[in-house]
Design a binder for this molecule. Sequence first.
Ligand SMILES: CC(C)(COP(=O)(O)OP(=O)(O)OC[C@H]1O[C@@H](n2cnc3c(N)ncnc32)[C@H](O)[C@@H]1O)[C@@H](O)C(=O)NCCC(=O)NCCS
Ligand SMILES: Nc1ncnc2c1ncn2[C@@H]1O[C@H](COP(=O)(O)OP(=O)(O)OP(=O)(O)O)[C@@H](O)[C@H]1O
Length: 207
Amino acid sequence: MSAAPTIRKIGLTGGIGSGKSTVANLLRDLGAWVIDSDAVAHELTAPGGAAIPAIAERFGAAAIDASGALDRAHMRERVFADPDARKALEAILHPMIGVATQAEADRAPADAPIVFDVPLLVESRHWAGRVERVLVVDCAEATQVQRVMQRNGWTAEAVERVIAQQASRSARRAVADAVIYNDGLTLAQLQAQVRSLWQAWIGPLPP
Ligand SMILES: CC(C)(COP(=O)(O)OP(=O)(O)OC[C@H]1O[C@@H](n2cnc3c(N)ncnc32)[C@H](O)[C@@H]1O)[C@@H](O)C(=O)NCCC(=O)NCCS
Ligand SMILES: Nc1ncnc2c1ncn2[C@@H]1O[C@H](COP(=O)(O)OP(=O)(O)OP(=O)(O)O)[C@@H](O)[C@H]1O
């Protein structure tokens, strides 16, 4: 087994479409134990998910689809148009996400750095003090909009509504220990940045 990494817990954050998951995948390829809080939220809201009863009670039957899962398109319309609805959904999900991500972290091999991929790391107090370093993935807002329109088939307005509900780029940069500016980069250039960050924070690259 290799030596324990210098930095064990990294928080990875960025606005919608900034490239967090892409960076997380590159870190995973190098040997990181990646915990994706969006994926955890999806599991909690899948058919039979632990959050479904509380969501149905708070938001009504219209929030649940025929399969018993959260109706994501319906909920997107509600929460990104109404901060009170967003806070109510977060109040149900965030404590559960906190417990589930901790359980995943507890399963990490001792020699693997843990990367918490959390879109709302800056917005949520939960994360302060739980990670040793914060890595922010940043890009221009126009790039966020263009990427999410292309990836998800959303309108520009729908992406802009989400951006408006998130921390500003400058608020994220203010808490960053490192920033990857993922704009105008090829995937190979992005990978090179991730590899040099690994060397600075974790240690030698794997063979
Ligand atoms: C509103 C929901 C149903 C929309 O689902 P959908 O499948 O369309 O999007 P998905 O979950 O893949 O999220 C996509 C991106 O939206 C952004 N986003 C999600 N939730 C929030 C939020 N509460 N506030 C601001 N941005 C958010 C993030 O950048 C995220 O990466 C869903 O995002 C949700 O349940 N959000 C509440 C839980 C949460 O806060 N998740 C963030 C992880 S901690
Ligand atoms: N440097 C890049 N070059 C080309 N495409 C990129 C680059 N970075 C990210 N992308 C693409 O942009 C889209 C958004 O990236 P990604 O899914 O990693 O963002 P994210 O921050 O995890 O988004 P979300 O907050 O919505 O989960 C994806 O389709 C991804 O393949």
